[in-house]
Design a protein around this ligand. Structure first.
Ligand code: BG6
Length: 477
């Protein structure tokens, strides 16, 4: 298997799922800070009252804020070439409205980037990973408020200038296509003004979500254009939660259903961000779903002028689309779909499909012909300490091995793949359930669902395995 010499092996984390220190050094409240813990069976809640009745996992998370040096040292020991991480907007602008940034917040990320540089690890920065200053939820219904665009641009200008010597690769919005889905209101479009309650009971407002998405497209394009004009060495990417659909049967109706889902769920946002205009199929979707996007003069030009340079995505599972209401059902964190009899599922019901990754890489590359990067992938699993006090996780090694093999096949197929940053390279808080028990890491963190644990870090078997994968540039799996 031939991985390019400069292949970016690494790992991925996000601020709200790792940092903790949610109200330290001037940080404001973000949308993730009002999300309670939950479980596979008990949905998370949005509780802006910040009542002591609830546990809010982002408040301490794994306390990366105070452990980043030790964590980066471990990433370096594994041989990481890159680390994907995000910047929490509310550390820099606590409500988003301030004229001046919060110096302590800026300094924190500068220290992190310096530390990465010392270890020769290239940062890949997600500017907005599922968080918005909570202030905007109440002020203007989250991203539905057009004014959030200006605030985002202000934030980006500050971080671009401050970190220009440390960061070259930027992603504007994490899994931007999540806004298409009903669950996207939770963390992506944040159009939940006045709402408190279970995330299963969030109001479903597609008109609001697509308007919010339009604002995110404009915001992304504006900062991409600005970066291209002012920082020619920057590369700006989009980030898509890729949720591929196969037709459940060869019934043309199932195939059409799969194609429709692929268009609206998987390709709609990247079509806009890479091609610079709304795709033709979206017009019919909007008409049939009574969605009207309010555009300002100049928006279409902005989209055209702010196309991203590369495409990144998360890949966890595949789905089967069918028109048969009696087909056996599976579950994911976001969507259901028919159960694929050829695939196994994780403990959380996610269908494991390594070959689907090769299929996806080929499909995406055929469509866009820009460099690709897998910036999330991994197995959320229950890890237990063995009698020898160690964490043996052969299931995770098996999962990663099979996915990396398929990446190699896709490279052979001709796909231009820049890198691979498996999700939650260190255990962190789960997005969909708010648990610690759903662990992805190659580094174990001694922290539990009830908030207890001394936060100590330990290497799992997968740590040593992945280290060797990186050392041999994917030759030994
Ligand atoms: C992606 C998100 O959807 O999947 C991450 O970008 C998230 O933030 C990851 O953590 C895994 O999902 P979960 O629900 O298992 O944490």
């Amino acid at each position: 298997m031939l991985f390019p010499k400069n292949f970016l092996w690494g790992g991925a984390i996000a601020a709200n799922q790792t940092e903790g220190a949610w109200d330290v050094d001037g940080k404001g409240v973000s949308t993730s800070d009002v999300l309670t813990s939950g479980s596979h069976t008990n949905p998370r809640r949005i509780e802006p009252s910040l009542s002591s009745e609830y546990l809010y996992p982002s408040h301490e998370a794994i306390d990366f804020y105070h452990h980043y040096k030790e964590d980066i040292e471990m990433f370096a020991e594994m041989g990481f070439k890159t680390l994907r991480l995000s910047i929490n907007w509310t550390r820099i602008f606590p409500t988003g409205e301030e004229d001046e940034p919060n110096e302590k917040g800026l300094q924190f990320y500068e220290d992190v980037f310096k530390c990465l540089k010392e270890h020769n690890i290239e940062p890949l920065v997600t500017i907005s990973h599922y968080e918005l200053p909570y202030y905007y939820v109440e002020k203007c219904n989250g991203w539905c408020g057009r004014e959030v665009i200006d605030s985002f641009v202000k934030f980006c200008k500050v971080i671009f200038e401050r970190y220009k010597d440390y960061v070259k690769y930027w992603l504007t919005f994490n899994e931007i296509n999540c806004g298409v889905l009903e669950s996207g209101a939770m963390q992506s479009t944040c159009n939940l003004k006045g709402f408190a309650g279970s995330v299963k009971e969030m109001p479903n407002d597609p008109q609001g979500r697509f308007q919010a998405l339009h604002h995110q497209f404009v915001a992304s394009a504006l900062v991409t254009k600005y970066a291209h004009e002012n920082y020619p060495n920057f590369k700006i990417g989009c980030m898509i939660g890729f949720l591929p659909y196969y037709g459940f049967t060869c019934n043309p109706d199932d195939q059409l259903e799969a194609q429709h889902n692929m268009q609206m769920i998987d390709y709609f946002c990247s079509d806009v961000q890479i091609r610079g205009y709304y795709p033709s199929y979206s017009k019919r979707y909007f008409k049939e779903n009574n969605i009207t996007i309010e555009m300002k003069d100049g928006d279409e030009e902005i989209l055209k002028e702010g196309c991203v340079d590369f495409y990144t995505f998360s890949y966890y599972m595949t789905f089967c689309a069918t028109v048969d209401p009696n087909a056996p059902i599976t579950e994911g964190n976001l969507l259901g779909g028919a159960r694929n009899p050829y695939l196994e599922v994780s403990d959380w019901g996610w269908q494991i499909d390594p070959k689907g990754l090769r299929w996806s890489l080929n499909e995406i590359y055929d469509r866009y012909q820009v460099p690709l990067m897998i910036v999330e992938n991994g197995l959320g699993a229950y890890d237990k300490k063995d009698a020898d006090g160690k964490i043996h996780d052969p299931y995770r090694i098996e999962y990663m091995k099979k996915h990396i093999e398929q990446m190699g096949e896709a490279i052979e197929d001709g796909v231009d793949l820049m890198g691979y940053t498996p999700w939650g390279c260190i255990d962190l808080v789960s997005l969909s359930t708010g648990e610690m028990a759903k662990r992805y890491g190659m580094i174990y963190v001694n922290k539990f669902d009830d908030g207890t644990g001394d936060l100590s870090r330990e290497k799992k078997d997968s740590f040593y395995w992945y280290k060797n994968v990186i050392e041999t540039n994917g030759e030994e799996l």
